[in-house]
Design a protein around this ligand. Sequence first.
Ligand SMILES: [Zn+2]
Length: 219
Amino acid sequence: MCDIENVQTLQRGMNFRMNPRYSVILMSRRSNAPYSDKILEDGITIEYEGHDEPKISYGMDPKTLDQPCKTRNGTLTQNGKFIESVEKYKKGLSNAETVKVYEKILSGVWSSKGFFDLVDCKIKHDGKRNVYVFSLRLSNEQDIETDSSIDLAHTRLIPSEVKKEVWKRDNGRCVICGSIKNLHFDHDLPFSKGGTSLTAKNIRLLCAKCNLAKSDKIE
Ligand SMILES: [Zn+2]
């Protein structure tokens, strides 16, 4: 159990290779989200916007500045590190970077979307300035955390007696497709109204694919 991120304490949305085997990004599609992150219609591709200059750096609104790939000292920013890995992948010099994606569902509630391959990066003009748009595709490999198929970063929010009850009731399988791989305890949002009433009634087991398909429909 060495590689479970405590999402609540991550300071940044982009965390290149924070784990020896993968990177972690936090996305949000909520209306007040600072960046434009999307899940495409195919249900397995994420477009993730790169990150801005830090607010303190120029006394200017970072939303008016091109997103940086290097700091003023010339070191790579998080954007730069992800771009470098895309370039290596596209030249055939390495595999696509594995990226674990969490989505903000509610304030303080992050839901794992599973592991993705970082396959592309484009520069896009958003009307004011240039931003990076990273493309991530749901990975065939979802068993990276081999110690456990359960996403503990998320399940930590749910009392263990509730987890046990849900697990038994759902027979350790995705309630939609029956998969036993990469399962998550999923809050059924229409019932939970903010995820505060954590009873087995509004929690179910979902696999990464079904979880991704589901959250696409929430909006
Ligand atoms: Zn499923």
